[in-house]
Design a binder for this molecule. Sequence first.
Ligand SMILES: NC(=O)C1=CN([C@@H]2O[C@H](COP(=O)(O)OP(=O)(O)OC[C@H]3O[C@@H](n4cnc5c(N)ncnc54)[C@H](OP(=O)(O)O)[C@@H]3O)[C@@H](O)[C@H]2O)C=CC1
Ligand SMILES: CC(C)(CO)C(=O)C(=O)O
Length: 297
Amino acid sequence: MVSDNPTIALVGPGAIGTTVAAALHEVGRTPTLCGRSAHDHLTLRVDGTHINVPGPVLTDPATLTTPFDLVFVAVKTTQVAAAAPWLAALCGAKTVVCALQNGVEQHALFAPYLSQGTVLPSVVWFPAQREPDASVWLRGQPRLTLPKTSATSVVLAALSDTRCTVDVAEDFTSVAWRKLLQNAVAGLMVLAGRRAGMFARTDITALALAYLRECLDVARAEGATLKDDVPQAIMAGFHRSPPDLGTSILADRQAGQPLEWDSRNGVVQRCGRLHGIATPISDLVVPLLAAASDGPG
Ligand SMILES: NC(=O)C1=CN([C@@H]2O[C@H](COP(=O)(O)OP(=O)(O)OC[C@H]3O[C@@H](n4cnc5c(N)ncnc54)[C@H](OP(=O)(O)O)[C@@H]3O)[C@@H](O)[C@H]2O)C=CC1
Ligand SMILES: CC(C)(CO)C(=O)C(=O)O
């Protein structure tokens, strides 16, 4: 039984991690911060003001000896292996590990590194952007969707009465794949080196819609229930976005960092192959993203 006042840690205090840490801090539930780079505090810029979350950001897992009730993990999917020492230090049998990440494969991703505890995936809906001074600019209303499991109540309680709203989906698979479609098509922004404004082009919209329809076929084969108009709805969302709105994978590309190409785009190609679905657009997009991320050259 987890206490009414759960101990909370957050691994990966970047764009999403800082937002959730600030939401918790505002209501007096400041998490223990665990990162790769040392900071004495975190700063979130939101609504014309700044929220400072006191640190320090710990960088050595050996300094922690007691398991936490709830661990939010907001490292990139490419960084989970490197963050494994944090999982070992923070997790006991009753720990809930809430993955604040894109993708649909969190159970498989965390399994090799988690001998104890329960993984709870989430869908992260809001855009947040890391600034050169390491502060984070929150560019939307923070919102998560969680699956309905026995672990969900721990996260609901922790984030209750915070600026981060949480809803629970009966059919989480469908919600997670819908978000995956949005993330997959955002990969085109990396290949063009452009932000959301590029979707104003009719040729890009046509390509994006064709890619989204391919992803939709795979999502349905994976058990998602998504209507035929989902590709159009996702494109309408991009058309409504501020033209300068980026995406986290574009930020990584521009910073020369490894890309989440496999969890956001490769997954469609891999699942398509499993189901015998042709994925001609993925077959072009995925190797280009992989090469941009990992080289060689
Ligand atoms: N940004 C966004 O708008 C959105 C992002 N997402 C998803 O959320 C997830 C997190 O993305 P985002 O917040 O943008 O990523 P960031 O790169 O901004 O943050 C990742 C954080 O993890 C830290 N980190 C890296 N390696 C380790 C490690 N070994 N141990 C501890 N901490 C580590 C980084 O440290 P350092 O400071 O040293 O780099 C950084 O603080 C991704 O899956 C992304 O796709 C989902 C929706 C929106
Ligand atoms: C901004 C958002 C929510 C949609 O592309 C995102 O998931 C990301 O940047 O990774």
